[in-house]
Design a protein around this ligand. Structure first.
Ligand code: SF4
Length: 615
């Protein structure tokens, strides 16, 4: 059946942990993970709730393929109203935590209320209890994970926790599991911190039972794994180079946002690329990259494990950072690097380590530093105000600012607001490169037009993981489209957004979509889950999830005006590269997109659309 049919409801105000049956009617309509948890959220909270109030809820959820032998089936999601965005938030993480939740017998954990004192949730199969976390409060994510494992004398416990960023409600705080995997975006860690919930520790020994048709499931997952192995991206490119392989590709396309999107090509892209990770350093003769790594059940293994140069200024007096650790991935390398004009690979790795250790989203952090550097460059912020010489390209400034933000010191507190609030505070809101308060990821939409529409309409703010048209516009997956034109992009964006909803709801990694279409996922879901899971039904599930999230955001007070890009991307043409002279054509694409979606010109789903989707 794919699901355990069991939800754990944790009332933090009352200190209770109560099991309840999973709503199977909703599972049939929303599949799991992002879709199903979002359904619970929209049914249970007022969309206008303050994200950091006890009335907000936070849901950790698996999908029906989580914990199974489906490749990449280790994903879990955190669904809540986002602290950074005031919109519905769903952040997805790999590692091993999600599978452990499934092995303990739970599909989903719903957190409600606020604990009067710091606590952590300890789950051991059916047993679930809140425990005092006074000794953990103030610890980093890494210390928290180690302390919990040691105190329970069980190294196999899986832990998701917040660091100081979540405790102090840095608005882009994330939730870190397995040391360097994170539910990264939209400020879900700040919501967890607001509830005085330090960590969730899970040990499950039940395995996964109840696959509906095991022989069919074995055949479907085996065939799908072969598709991944035979594909050049998932079988060779990602295992060898990781996602960072995109750095040079996107730079050559003129779509690598540089210095807060002033430029679209970074002259030092090669120094922070995947290829550079393989090169031997002049200082110690060792390459940055140690090995690749995989999340639970993944046959792609795109993860990077690397070692920083011990003589680098950032760590030479800090041996705790000399060991091998996670990173760099493309998004973090871009946000900490090109977005700020920093081409020092060791500095990027150090900043990334601190983001993992203290629980911060490196995309939003790095992009916010980029905005601060532009404010500094324009003379709006002074060295005295920031506390460092924050010029574009300064690796020293990047390293100091990440420490200040992680510790909540000085100007770090202002960076912790994110770029939208920071730029508004200093009278230049247009300099925040964000949508719905969330910073862009690593693709400039003047050079990849469809991404402009995907960012603007993303239900969780600017995001590459809600409609990754880069696959089509850059890599030709599943079909090649011209990145420099707007024609056909509304249909393309809708198709990617809806399909992504299904991948997320199933509990698998979106990187499989470099090789898999929904047609590869469908037989796996059909064999695992009871009921009919035809292609038509899955397409409808994806569209239903998207429209449900949209309805929540509209009820929360967002409007079509929030589906917009910063003026820079619509009025300042790209200066170099293939997109030279182009701005993003959002204003042309958006009305067409609303039509394709079956929405009014104001971006509201038509009655007929809602009825068709059963909403
Ligand atoms: S492809 Fe990468 S991120 Fe996705 S599950 Fe595998 S290792 Fe994790």
């Amino acid at each position: 059946m794919g699901w355990n049919r069991k939800v754990l409801r944790v009332n933090l105000s009352a200190g209770t942990c109560t099991p309840e049956p999973l709503n199977m009617a909703w599972a049939n309509d929303y599949l799991g993970s992002r879709g199903l948890a979002s359904k619970y959220l929209v049914e249970e909270i007022d969309p206008k709730v303050d994200p950091l109030s006890p009335d907000n809820k936070m849901i950790m959820s698996t999908g029906p393929l989580t914990g199974t032998m489906a490749s990449t089936g280790g994903r879990y999601t955190v669904v809540t109203k986002g602290a950074l965005t005031n919109a519905i938030a769903c952040s997805n993480s790999g590692g091993y935590f999600g599978a452990e939740m499934k092995f303990a017998g739970w599909d989903m954990i719903i957190f409600e209320g606020k604990s009067p004192k710091p606590v952590y949730l300890y789950v051991e199969n059916d047993k679930a209890e809140l425990r005092d976390a006074a000794h953990l409060w103030g610890k980093t994510c890494w210390q928290t994970e180690e302390t919990i494992k040691t105190s329970h004398q069980d190294p196999l416990i899986r832990v998701s926790s917040i660091g100081g960023a979540g405790e102090n409600q840095v608005l882009f705080a994330c939730i870190v599991n397995d040391l360097h995997r994170a539910a990264g975006r939209s400020g879900v860690g700040a919501v967890m911190g607001s509830k005085n919930l330090k960590a969730v520790a899970i040990r499950g020994t039940k395995g996964v039972s109840g696959i509906k048709d095991f022989p069919a499931f074995l055949a479907a997952t085996t065939a799908a794994k072969k598709v991944l192995a035979d594909n050049a991206v998932t079988g060779q490119g990602l295992p060898k180079y990781g996602t960072q392989v995109l750095m040079n590709v996107i730079n050559e396309m003129g779509a690598l946002p540089t210095r807060n999107h002033r430029d679209v090509q970074f002259e030092e892209a090669g120094r922070i690329s995947a290829e550079a990770m393989h090169e031997k350093r002049a200082t110690d003769g060792k390459p940055h990259l140690v090995t690749n790594a995989a999340c639970f059940g993944c046959t792609i293994a795109c993860g990077r494990i690397s070692k920083i140069d011990e003589t680098h200024f950032s760590v030479k007096n800090s041996p705790q950072y000399w060991g091998a650790s996670g990173g760099l991935e493309y998004e973090a390398a871009w946000a900490l690097g090109a977005a700020n004009g920093v081409g020092d690979l060791e500095a990027l790795q150090y900043a990334n380590l601190l983001c993992n250790e203290h629980g911060m989203d490196p995309i939003s952090f790095g992009a916010t530093v980029g905005a601060a550097m532009e404010l500094y460059d324009l003379g709006i912020l002074s060295r005295e105000q920031i506390g460092v010489d924050a010029k574009f390209g300064s690796a020293e400034a990047l390293c100091q600012l990440v420490e200040m933000t992680a510790e909540g010191e000085g100007f770090g507190k202002e960076l912790g607001l994110g770029s939208a609030r920071l730029c508004a505070k200093y009278g230049r809101p247009e300099l925040s490169m964000s949508v719905k308060g969330q910073e862009f990821p690593a693709y400039d939409s003047r050079g990849i037009q469809g991404m402009g529409l995907a960012y603007a309409t993303s239900n969780r703010g600017a995001c590459h993981l809600r409609g990754y048209t880069v696959a089509s516009e850059v890599l030709g997956i599943p079909v090649k489209t011209d990145p420099l034109v707007t024609d056909g992009k509304p249909e393309l964006v809708k198709a990617f957004q809806d399909a992504t909803g299904v991948f997320d709801a199933a509990g698998i990694c979106i990187f499989t979509s470099f090789a898999w279409t929904l047609a590869d996922v469908q037989p796996q879901i059909q064999a695992a889950c009871e009921g009919d899971w035809s292609m038509d039904k899955l397409n409808e599930v994806g569209e239903r999830i998207w429209n449900m999230e949209r309805q929540f955001n509209l009820a929360a007070g967002l409007t079509a005006k929030d589906d917009d890009l910063p003026p820079r991307l619509k009025t300042e043409p790209a200066k170099t590269g293939p997109a030279k002279g182009l701005v993003n054509g959002l204003d042309k694409m958006k009305p067409e997109y609303y039509k394709v979606r079956g929405w009014t010109p104001d971006g509201v789903p038509e009655k007929a659309t809602l009825e068709r989707l059963g909403l």
